[in-house]
Design a protein around this ligand. Sequence first.
Ligand code: LCV
Length: 259
Amino acid sequence: MSLVLTEKRDTTGIITLNNIAKRNALSEALISEITAALNGFRALNIRAVVLRAPPGVKVWSAGHDISELPDRGRDPLGFNDPLRILIRAIQEFPAPVIALIEGGVWGGGCEVAMACDMLVATPEATFAITPAKLGIPYNLGGVLTLLNMIPLPVAKEMLFTAQPIPAEQALNLGIINYIQPAAQIEAFVLAMTARISANSPLSIAVMKEELRLLSSAHAISPELFERMQGARRIVYDSDDYQEGLDAFRAKRQPQFSGK
Ligand code: LCV
């Protein structure tokens, strides 16, 4: 069974995350189907992509597939982790990718949505960034994606509380572009992609790449990078990291010791 559905409407490509039973958890298999769909769209004259879940879902994506996270002792969010590959594939796709959000967006699912160029959500949509709930040391690239989208105090609140924020707050903060009722959201997003498709794809592609390069242009010394990696290693070597994984697998609340 395909984990994603793809569709071409004129010059818009639509990718629908379709593993509802697992709440569209971003497994390696699901991610490889999304990246394959994006690569397929590159070969066609696609001028805008919509990334969505089926209409009416309660969960857009439950984030990283926790069952695929390594036990303690290995970086869970390394450069070649499938989630990191997907984030880069979205950011480097040469046309705008619009996230059409219905339902809850969790963990790495928020970073996938926020790696998109624009977000349109239903009023019921929520956004929760959850590494702290699992004992995960988020990675620098992921934190930068969030920092480019969310005002610092709110990014800290979302990371430290791991609690969802509602679509209205996300709209007020400029994290999402529009809120649209579920009955109108697809037509609204397709009208947006039609406007984009009428413009110069070459001009849009170069401006998207300029914005990506400038927003990720942060001077960081080797010493600073190594210091952060060392700090992250303490976390993914910790009892708490293992406890976060074990608790999710056992479907119980984690008890973090701080060790
Ligand atoms: C694997 C899952 C998942 C899942 N993985 O349905 O950002 S970071 O750093 O934290 C990063 C590492 C990350 O993204 O970590 C994942 C963060 N995500 C979360 O913390 C959300 C975890 N999921 C949930 O809280 C619930 O599943 C929600 C609220 C999303 C939906 O609840 P609901 O009651 O509707 P279930 O929990 O019953 O889940 C249905 C099936 O999907 C699996 C879950 O194990 C269950 O599988 P079984 O039917 O086999 O028991 N599932 C859900 N989320 N992230 N598998």
